[in-house]
Ligand binder design. Structure first.
Ligand code: TA6
Length: 259
């Protein structure tokens, strides 16, 4: 039930949270980047590319005068979106401080990725077990995850800290595993609004929480600071691989350790 009309962010896909994840200070929730029209970047600075990845587009976002009023920093945010030969989706963000006043700036970031799943009760997330997390549902208090893979039976809104570069989402019913590979993004946010919050959101169907899960490669706990002229990179790669976890044909650990 996403609303495709500015100024609200479109719910779904991969909203890009910049220059802040979350909602403190004068900035809107998750920053303004996800609410702006980007331009095609026809002349991006050189990029080390994998020659087999020919299908890509370069986008750029620069702040408007209005943006500068709420976040008084000049930046160039370049985003390369690449579709790999096997259907993998790569997103590479390059953010450069172009302030002329000599001032550094600090930001937090997330690829707020919405995954489609067949039944949230049958989904497991592998790669985050035993890690520390900040629980958004308990005033961002810090806890340590116990036990095995993460499963879902109620609302979840957690920021896992210092996570591995690979995380897997196993969709038992669909026999499909999403693998997230990330670089420059130490944290991982896991969110499902469950029934009550789903009902409260105008752009979200009452039952849609059963068929989605957000797992978000992010840099939240330790904000990133760039001096003028400095650039930061954050990369996320998504692939979907067939899995038959229950029959044991594909061990999720091997998905995580593999290629
Ligand atoms: O990433 C989780 C989260 O920050 C939740 O707290 C939840 O509010 C969600 O994002 C959606 O935020 P949005 O602004 O897109 O409604």
């Amino acid at each position: 039930m996403a609303i495709f009309k500015p100024p609200k962010a479109i719910r779904g896909g991969i909203p890009i949270c910049f220059p802040q994840f979350s909602n403190h200070g004068p900035l809107e929730q998750h920053g303004f980047a996800r609410n702006r029209f980007w331009s095609i970047d026809s002349d991006p600075p050189p990029f080390p590319t994998n020659s087999s990845n020919k299908a890509f587009i370069d986008l750029i976002l620069k702040p408007s005068e209005e943006d500068m009023k709420i976040w008084p920093h000049s930046f160039e945010f370049r985003l390369r979106v690449t579709l790999g030969p096997g259907g993998d989706l790569m997103l590479t963000s390059r953010i450069r401080n172009t302030n002329l006043d000599g001032k550094p700036f600090t930001f937090t970031f997330a690829y707020h990725t919405y995954f489609s799943v067949s039944d949230i009760s049958e989904v497991r997330v592998e790669g985050l077990e035993t890690l520390d997390y900040l629980d958004n549902l308990q005033n961002k208090e810090r806890f340590t995850e116990q036990g095995d893979a993460i499963t879902f039976e109620s609302e979840v809104d957690k920021i896992y800290l210092s996570t591995p570069t690979k995380i897997a989402i196993l969709d038992h019913e669909k026999k499909r595993t999403f693998v997230i590979r990330k670089d420059g993004l130490p944290d991982a946010v896991v969110w499902n609004p469950w029934d009550k919050k789903a009902k409260a959101m105008a752009d979200f169907g009452d039952d849609e929480y059963k068929h989605m899960l957000c797992v978000e490669a992010a840099a939240v706990e330790k904000p990133i600071t760039l001096k003028p002229g400095e650039e930061w990179r954050g990369r996320q790669e998504l692939s979907a691989v067939p899995s038959s976890y229950c029959s044991g044909q594909l061990d999720p650990q091997r998905v995580l350790q593999g290629s």
